[in-house]
Design a binder for this molecule. Structure first.
Ligand code: SAH
Ligand code: AVI
Length: 320
């Protein structure tokens, strides 16, 4: 993958064919799976925003606290006039902390697959920071994309908060870090947020909130498949299940069929046994050291780490 690869403009067409093909491949596999990147339609992004404000979901609060406490130290590592490129920007709430602390940022490039939500959010950002050059990209960040030509000369700082990298299998996380290294170039800085391994109760509560918002977020995947892929999932016949898998250091999220049933998706027939699950997400947790080892193996040198014991923010530098 290299930087001369395809650049798609802001309004790239929705990848409907990919969605249909990926969902059918996942639902006909054993065990059944659907990629967590498909959670994020407009409703899914709004539900994720609600999750970030739940008392049980500590990662967002913790990371915002770390960024606020250490913003000057983080900003002091940014080269002058740098372009801040955020992978999976969501509401851009965390980027705003860095944008306020680093007067040296010349441009902000939020990259997100959830196009409608990105547009909505940027209207507010542009109103609040009218002088900032903002160039959003609606992209699947795992695919090749190029930084816009008018920003090509600026030094690049990557920002990948939220522990979104935890939603990758560790080997895919390593490949993705290498891919980010190619997009950002040698000598680039990457600020990445990672959720830490901790007691199981705290972890399990974070993904099983009492208001049921995480359950809604998980089930919204079926709502989206029904709407976009002409499917007939009965939402009352699937249950949210989330638990910490101690051996693999990951939270697993599933949608479990409460009975034997048949579902139609895009003309295909999918059979479910009673209690059969669709595995919808893994959220891997790391130690400071295990993440640094992963980063080193992908060509990044750990420079600094900021932590509150629950969550950590790493500053990494690409060799060269
Ligand atoms: N950075 C924000 C949002 C994290 S939620 C925060 O820290 O709170 C994960 C975000 O990544 C969502 O906005 C989702 O739309 C986006 N995302 C997930 N997979 C993606 C992919 N493959 N390509 C681009 N964006 C993706
Ligand atoms: C975006 N991602 C890191 C969140 C997580 O914690 O894995 C998504 C999420 N899933 C359930 N709650 C939040």
């Amino acid at each position: 993958m290299n930087v001369s690869s395809v650049f798609r403009a802001f309004h790239s067409p929705p990848a409907h064919d990919d969605f249909a093909a990926d969902v059918l491949t996942g639902l006909t596999a054993s065990p059944k799976t659907v990629s967590p990147k498909y959670f994020y339609d407009l409703a899914g992004s709004a539900l994720f925003e609600r999750i970030t404000r739940l008392s049980e979901y500590y990662p967002t609060r913790a990371e915002i606290g770390i960024l606020q406490d250490n913003a000057p130290a983080i900003a002091s590592m940014f080269p002058p006039s740098s372009a801040l490129i955020e992978f999976g920007s969501g509401s851009s709430r965390k980027a705003r902390i860095l944008l306020s602390a680093a007067a040296t940022i010349g441009a902000y490039v939020p990259v997100d697959i959830s196009g409608d939500f990105l547009q909505q959010d940027l209207r507010e950002l542009r109103r609040d920071l009218p002088h900032l050059l903002v160039h959003p990209l609606v992209e699947d960040f795992t695919r090749p994309f190029e930084i816009p030509a008018r920003l090509a000369a600026l030094p690049r700082v990557g920002f990948f908060p939220g522990s979104t990298i935890g939603n990758f299998e560790p080997c895919d996380a390593a490949s993705f870090l290498r891919h980010i290294g190619t997009v950002l170039g040698s000598g680039a800085l990457l600020i990445v947020g990672i959720d830490l391994i901790k007691d199981e109760t705290t972890l399990n509560h974070a993904y099983n909130d009492t208001e049921g918002v995480t359950a809604k977020f998980n089930l919204n995947l079926l709502v989206r498949i029904n709407r976009e892929l002409d499917a007939d999932f009965d939402l009352t016949a699937f249950e949210h299940k989330a638990f910490f898998n101690r051996k693999l250091h990951r939270i697993e999220m599933h949608l479990v069929s409460t009975r034997r049933q048949t579902v139609h998706v895009n003309g295909a027939t999918i059979e479910f046994d009673d209690s059969e699950s669709i595995h919808t997400e893994n959220s891997y947790k790391y130690t400071v050291q295990s993440f640094q080892a992963l980063a080193r193996g992908s060509g990044w040198s750990p420079m600094r780490v900021f932590t509150d014991g629950l969550f950590c923010v790493h500053a990494l530098r690409m060799a060269g």
